[in-house]
Design a protein. Structure first.
Length: 125
């Protein structure tokens, strides 16, 4: 899953295609829930905690909490059954969404999820 544009950027070695692809594997840290926007559109949202990889010396933070939004019907049906603690994989792209909140302009950067997969259910009990 990717958001590719037809526009190409010219660099020293020639044109380069723009690519906006995200693949995350992590633990659901905020239960998925439906949010109805003022426009009447419905979106399912959840938070995914992903352990940081790479140079451990750069930051004391060990996980990233990433907001995810699901607009498409098929992944929404799957996400609706997820629980906090489930380990999942999501693919999609980064989006910055603009809206009005409290009379002021606001924005949010989130992962727009296009496909999902449950890897392991959270332990119960």
């Amino acid at each position: 899953m990717s958001a590719r544009t037809k526009e190409k950027v010219s660099v020293a070695g020639g044109p380069v295609e723009h690519v906006n692809e995200v693949r995350l594997v992590g633990r659901v840290s905020l239960a998925p829930h439906e949010r109805v926007l003022p426009s009447g559109d419905a979106v399912w949202v959840f938070r995914l905690a992903v352990t940081r990889t790479g140079d451990p010396g750069r930051s004391k933070q060990t996980v990233d909490a990433l907001e995810c939004a699901v607009w498409a019907a098929r992944p929404r049906r799957s996400v609706a059954g997820w629980r906090v603690g489930d380990v999942v994989e999501v693919t999609g792209c980064l989006r910055r969404r603009f809206f009005r909140a409290g009379g002021a302009a606001a924005s949010r950067t989130e992962v727009e999820v296009r496909a999902v997969r449950l890897i392991r259910r959270a332990a119960t009990g």
